[in-house]
Design a protein around this ligand. Structure first.
Ligand SMILES: [Zn+2]
Ligand SMILES: [Zn+2]
Length: 181
């Protein structure tokens, strides 16, 4: 026992933060990170949590005691039984509690919803889209083009919510801009 203790004293603490890249907006990468959650969490210290009751949102803020890296955890996209962790910039607790970092999985989920919607076959009519800034034709029998119809149905609310969270590199709000045709 004493031998083990003295040996432990000689070990320079290391961490595995550098083993994890910034999480790509990619389903397989996020799934892998979900599977690593329990292991990753063991070497991190939770320093705060942010519960947004209204939306059933919850975030946790962690810090590595060795290298000082900050991490945010959030629910897995579409599955609140699981969590995943991703690196975030250093932050003050009070500003983080007001505005958590944008979860990469929710960006992915938004882009997935949008792709699903826009990949439908629409019958395009002769009228212009009711959105003034838009030069597209509206869907037949509907006031708006497919993209603006998507925003109206429920994409717009999700997009607003994402844009109101704190964005950080390598993610940029232009990710949720209108897709090029
Ligand atoms: Zn670390
Ligand atoms: Zn439009």
């Amino acid at each position: 026992m004493s031998a083990a203790a003295s040996q432990a004293d000689l070990i320079v603490p290391t961490c595995s933060c550098d083993d994890y890249v910034d999480l790509p907006i990619d389903e397989a990468a996020i799934d892998e990170r979900i599977s690593q959650f329990t292991t990753m969490r063991q070497s991190l210290t939770q320093i705060s949590r942010n519960v947004v009751v209204k939306w059933g949102e919850q975030y946790r803020l962690y810090k590595c005691g060795v290298c000082g890296q900050y991490w945010q955890a959030s629910y897995a996209p579409r599955d609140i039984d699981f969590w995943y962790l991703y690196k975030v910039p250093e932050t003050g607790i009070s500003s983080w509690k007001r505005r958590a970092y944008v979860p990469p999985g929710e960006i992915l989920d938004y882009l997935r919803q949008r792709e699903e919607f826009l990949s439908q076959r629409f019958e395009i009519g002769k009228k212009n889209c009711a959105d003034e800034s838009c030069g597209e034709k509206a869907i037949a029998g509907v006031r708006k083009c497919p993209y603006h119809q998507f925003l109206e149905v429920d994409g717009g609310e999700t997009r607003e919510w994402l844009l109101n969270l704190m964005w950080f590199p390598p993610y940029d709000p232009s990710l949720v801009d209108r897709p090029a045709n």
